[in-house]
Design a protein around this ligand. Structure first.
Ligand SMILES: CC1=C(CCC(=O)O)c2cc3nc(cc4[nH]c(cc5[nH]c(cc1n2)c(C)c5CCC(=O)O)c(CCC(=O)O)c4C)C(CCC(=O)O)=C3C
Ligand SMILES: [Fe+2]
Length: 347
């Protein structure tokens, strides 16, 4: 039995509306002070209302929680697992209050984002700080688990999904099929401050794209492009957008695409709307075959990864090996000045 330096685990996520009346207050929480224009907000509200005002993300978190509890129990890890969100109920501050009431003193946080950067990493540290401050001096300490962009438990489920998506396309046209990896676009100023030397969000995504492509279809060419751009039009964000990129492919002799959202861990609204609806329509108009690869979700290898990340931090013999496939530097605790929000994005 390992010595438990921690007495709980907490799943940290983005949160999403679960009723039409939740949509506007949720969007206000996401965009407060961030200068997102009202036209963009109205457009995104429409995407949510198209799905009855219910984002899939909260149910995906509940499914992941259930899978984590089963996996931890099956592997003899006796830690309670909590869940708290940044932007919608269950809000992290309420969860941290519950943890305090239950006597938790020191927890490990697993965020549903693999990468560095302000939205993906630093903002989760800020969420923890704000929730603890709201609860008061007896709030439990929460240490966030490391980035996992190159963990085999993240790379392998993505690669398996790319293989499955490819298998739905005409094998006679495989040689002219392109793998198109996507991640959430961010302002270029935010990309510049990601990680200790900057540029880490993009660098990690390039590493993940390389690892997934090599594992899934080393014979095919691949690209990394961006989706779900927000913000005012005059602020530069990472480009090209996936739709603009698809438009360049027919002239390059490409007949079909497998679109793989390696920027995400589940098929939440930005995947089902921006890819399955918008990018799929773009591909159809261009005459490109289209298949969207799935995300890890509750894939057993992904769930096992969460356990392995926890074990890395529990201490004791054989628990400290970092499973990983890439070469970029990895650390447990982010330096305080890493991934800070650029002033213009903070608003
Ligand atoms: C890097 C990144 C991730 C991946 C990392 C992670 O997962 O944490 C991510 C995930 C997500 N983003 C999501 C939803 C939204 N993101 C928005 C706005 C923004 N995202 C940004 C970045 C990211 N976002 C940024 C820089 C903004 C501009 C405002 C700001 O500076 O913060 C807006 C506002 C409206 C709009 O889109 O303009 C919404 C509604 C959902 C939930 C989907 C669902 O409900 O199923 C998820 C998982
Ligand atoms: Fe977002």
């Amino acid at each position: 039995m390992v010595t438990m330096a921690y007495d709980a685990v907490v799943l940290l996520s983005f949160g999403g509306p679960e009723h039409p009346d939740d949509v506007l207050p949720f969007l206000e929480n996401v965009t407060r002070g961030r200068g997102v224009p009202p036209e963009r907000l109205a457009e995104v509200a429409e995407h949510y209302l198209h799905f009855g005002g219910v984002s899939p993300i909260n149910q995906q978190c509940r499914d992941l929680l259930a899978a984590m509890r089963a996996d931890f129990a099956a592997n003899g890890i006796d830690l309670p697992i909590y869940w708290g969100n940044r932007n919608w109920h269950p809000m992290l501050a309420d969860t941290v209050a519950q943890m305090r009431d239950d006597g938790v003193t020191r927890a490990l946080g697993f965020a549903t984002s693999a990468y560095g950067g302000y939205s993906s990493c630093r903002q989760y540290w800020e969420d923890i700080g704000a929730a603890r401050a709201a609860v008061g001096p007896d709030a439990p300490v929460i240490d966030k688990l490391r980035h996992f962009h190159d963990h085999p438990g993240f790379v392998e489920p993505h690669a398996e999904a790319v293989r499955a998506a490819l298998a739905t396309l005409d094998p006679a046209r495989r040689a002219t099929t392109r793998l198109v990896f996507t991640a959430h676009s961010i302002p270029t100023s935010m990309a510049a401050t990601a990680g200790p030397e900057g540029g880490r969000y993009e660098a990690q995504l390039r590493e993940t794209a390389r690892l997934v492509a090599a594992a899934a279809a080393p014979d095919l060419e691949y690209d990394l492009v961006w989706q779900s751009r927000s913000g005012p039009p005059q602020v530069p964000w990472l480009e090209p957008d996936v739709n603009d990129h698809l438009a360049t492919l027919p002239a390059a002799g490409v007949t079909g695409v497998v679109v793989s959202p390696i920027g995400f861990v589940s098929d939440h609204l930005e995947v089902v709307w921006d890819l399955d609806t918008e990018a799929a329509t773009t591909a159809k108009q261009l005459g490109l075959d289209f298949a969207r690869a799935g995300t890890p979700g509750v894939h057993p290898r992904f769930v096992a990864m969460v356990r392995e990340l926890v074990l890395e931090r529990l201490g004791g013999p054989g628990t400290q090996r970092r499973e990983r496939l890439g070469e970029l530097p990895i650390w447990d605790t982010c330096p305080a000045d890493c991934c800070t929000a650029p002033a213009r994005v903070r608003g």
